[in-house]
Structure formats: structure tokens, C-alpha cells
Design a binder for this molecule. Structure first.
Ligand SMILES: C[S@@+](CC[C@H](N)C(=O)[O-])C[C@H]1O[C@@H](n2cnc3c(N)ncnc32)[C@H](O)[C@@H]1O
Length: 379
């Protein structure tokens, strides 16, 4: 499976789009606002010469309101820091990266809206006391596991909920019977292969960024992760076992071939904080300034953006189970369609939502574990 050729979130702004179903990630980004602001403030304060131009990249930007949210946060953080330091805001170059099949058209149309309305963040209109930076936006298609930018050209890199996706499915020596991701019944060799693929990808990512980010430059990376050391623990499968159950039911009803089910595995890895810290150390080009773990409760699936970019809950009639199923569908539909064909999509995601709804009582497990790490490029 070639991720670069066809992996993407559902495009457009319709009911099934990532744009309409990215409230969980949006809530996660909001929770990292303080970390992003601190990184920008440090970046400006630690520069011998206050930067005249600040170049940033959002890697795995997707399409929809979240794409603009990060840019808005950085714009406001730069404006605020400049004011505090008594300097004119630097000009900002904002590079929006994703895989080539990402819906960049929707991003560019939304950018126009942002430029017309003024940048906003976390629901507040631009604070008029700040001298707002002039911004230039570019779309950069390509995989962040390879080089995307010239040497030492970036001051700041952001990435949210993208780095848990692998560059490819690991080569598996054994069948991950009955599962679509790591679980308590996954063979040890499969679990090892997943970690090895993540290690290779994450180290490659850091190596590429170490060439592109200038000395003293900053990165804030947020990934879906886990708190525990065991990659086959409950945190890894509470979201995916119900999807495997939905597929298994369809196998039993003769709607999905067993061999197809057995050969379907998700190309993602939810790392632990220890794994991330060890890999950053192993690669050696960045220091960790801050690392935090937080939960994004499933309830956040229904957080939407209104015209003023404030977050609000919308009542669509869906319960949290179907809502989360829609959010997951917006992210993995192309993977499922590519493997099983489009005919099963409505059925499998409806069943998935029903199973998630049935598990509603397990409150502890109704959250996406997220890890944010803030890094500085060594001098
Ligand atoms: C869940 S979305 C996150 C989007 C956005 N950053 C957010 O927080 O809402 C993950 C995005 O990462 C992108 N992605 C995955 N692997 C990638 C890679 N190797 N290079 C660039 N983008 C990638 C996907 O195409 C997708 O748009």
C-alpha cells in the first residue's frame, strides 16, 4: 500500500468530510495553545537579532478549520511577542504541507476567508492592539518523512495528529488474527514490527527536520499516543477493537471475506512518551523543552466552528458513539475503501458506531490520549 499515492482525509466540506468531523483534533490543538505560544515567545526572545521574517510549516495540515487554527495561533503569538518586545511584527511565511491527495483546494478557499475576516484564534477576533504580521501562505505537497524545505530555512514547525500515521504498513511475519491494530491478542512479532516501523519513520522525520530547521528553531508536535509502556494494552485497542468487531460480524454474515479481514491492518502507531523521548535522544539534533500528555474526551467530536471561529457544540442527533464513528470515518475511509471496496462503507461504519455506543458506560476509555512535545534545534 502506497500511503503517498492515496492516503488522505475525506475532502470537501460535506457531512462525511474531515472538515466537518475534526472536532476531536480541534480540541486537542486548543489544548496545546499555551505550548505553541511559549515556543514562539522563546523563539523570538532567544534570537540575537529579532527576526524580520519568520518561516513556519504545519506538517500534515489536512483541510478544514483546523488547518487555519494553527496558523492563526502562530500569527497572534508572533504579534503579541513583538508588541511585548517593542518590535514591529516580522513577516510570516506559512507553509501548509500534506500528502499530494489532500484537498488543498478547500484549504486555499478557506485561506481567502481567513484573509478577508482577519485572523482569529480560540474564538476571539484579532486583538486590534497588536500590529498583525503580513502573512504569505503556500501549499507544500509531499511526505514529511522526506525533505520538504531547503536547508536551514524554517524557524518553526508544527504538526498535530499526523505523526502517528506510518509511511507504510510494517512487514508482518504473522497474521494479526481478529485485530486491525495492536491488541492484547496481537503476536509479539507483529507488535515489534509496528514499533520498528514507527522508529524508522520518526527518526527519518527528525533527521529531515534537523536539516530544514535553523539552529535555535522550534517544533511543537502533537501525536495520538498512549500513556502506558505496553503497546498491546487497552489504550491501544479501545478505539479499534470495536471496528474489528464490526468487520468480524460482517465476515460471519458473509458480507466481508475472512482473508480480507485478516489482511487488514492500520498503518499507524500510538507511541508512548518514553518511546518518543528515547527516539529524540537517539537522533540527537533536538532538545526536549516540554512534553505533556492529555486526554481529548470523545464528547469533543461535536465541537464545530461557527462564523466567528468560536467553538460550540452542535446537536446533530448523533450520540457520541455514532459521532466518533463519523470522525474516524473521515480519517480512515480511503484506507477501508481501498482494501474492502466502497460497498461496505456505510454498513461497517454504522455498525462501528453502534458498538461504540454500546460501550458508552466505560467512561474512562472515552478519550483520545494525546502527547505534545516541544523541541529546540540544537546550535
Ligand atoms: C488526522 S489528520 C490531522 C490534520 C490536522 N493537523 C489536525 O490536527 O486536524 C492527519 C493528516 O496527516 C496527513 N499525513 C499523514 N501522513 C503524512 C505524511 N507522511 N506526510 C504528510 N502528511 C501526512 C494526512 O494526510 C492527514 O491530512
Amino acid at each position: 500500500m502506497d500511503m503517498v499515492k492515496f492516503f488522505h482525509m475525506n475532502g470537501g466540506i460535506g457531512e462525511a468530510s474531515y472538515s466537518s468531523n475534526s472536532g476531536l483534533q480541534r480540541m486537542g490543538i486548543m489544548k496545546t495553545k499555551g505550548v505553541i505560544e511559549q515556543a514562539i515567545s522563546d523563539l523570538c526572545h532567544n534570537n540575537v537579532n529579532f527576526p524580520k521574517t519568520l518561516v513556519m510549516a504545519d506538517l500534515g495540515c489536512s483541510s478544514g478549520p483546523n488547518t487555519l487554527l494553527v496558523g492563526s495561533m502562530v500569527i497572534n503569538a508572533v504579534a503579541k511577542t513583538s508588541l511585548e518586545m517593542g518590535y514591529k511584527s516580522p513577516e510570516l511565511q506559512i507553509n501548509l504541507n500534506d500528502l499530494p491527495t489532500n484537498d488543498f483546494n478547500t484549504v486555499f478557499i478557506a485561506l481567502q476567508e481567513l484573509q478577508l475576516q482577519g485572523n482569529t484564534t480560540d474564538g476571539k477576533m484579532r486583538d486590534v492592539q497588536y500590529h498583525q504580521p503580513v502573512c504569505y501562505f503556500s501549499g507544500v505537497p509531499g511526505s514529511f518523512f522526506g525533505r520538504l524545505f531547503p536547508m536551514k530555512s524554517l524557524n518553526f514547525v508544527h504538526s498535530s495528529y499526523s505523526l502517528q500515521w506510518l509511511s507504510q504498513l510494517p512487514d508482518l511475519e504473522e497474521i494479526n488474527k481478529g485485530n486491525i491494530y495492536l491488541s492484547s491478542t496481537t503476536p509479539e512479532s507483529v507488535s515489534r514490527a509496528y514499533f520498528e516501523q514507527f522508529q524508522k519513520d520518526f527518526l527519518g522525520f527528525l533527521r529531515c527536520r534537523s536539516e530544514e530547521v535553523m539552529a535555535g528553531g522550534r517544533m511543537v508536535l502533537t501525536l495520538a499516543g498512549r500513556t502506558t509502556d505496553d503497546p498491546r494494552g487497552e489504550e491501544s485497542y479501545y478505539l479499534w477493537r470495536p471496528f474489528a468487531m464490526a468487520l468480524k460480524d460482517m465476515v460471519l454474515e458473509g458480507l466481508v471475506e475472512e482473508e480480507k479481514f485478516d489482511s487488514f491492518n492500520l498503518p499507524q502507531y500510538t507511541a508512548s512518551p518514553t518511546e518518543i523521548m528515547n527516539l529524540v535522544k537517539m537522533e540527537g539534533s533536538f532538545t526536549i523543552d516540554h512534553l505533556e500528555i492529555f486526554d481529548v474526551n470523545w464528547e469533543a467530536w461535536k465541537r464545530k466552528k461557527n462564523a466567528n471561529d468560536t467553538l460550540e457544540s452542535t446537536e446533530t442527533g448523533d450520540g457520541v458513539g455514532q459521532g466518533v464513528a463519523k470522525a474516524i470515518r473521515a480519517g480512515i475511509e480511503p484506507l477501508v475503501a481501498n482494501h474492502f471496496g466502497e460497498a461496505i462503507l456505510d454498513d461497517v461504519f454504522m455498525r462501528y458506531g453502534q458498538i461504540l455506543t454500546g460501550r458508552k458506560s466505560k467512561k474512562d476509555n472515552q478519550a483520545i490520549v494525546s502527547i505534545t512535545v516541544s523541541l529546540t534545534r540544537k546550535m
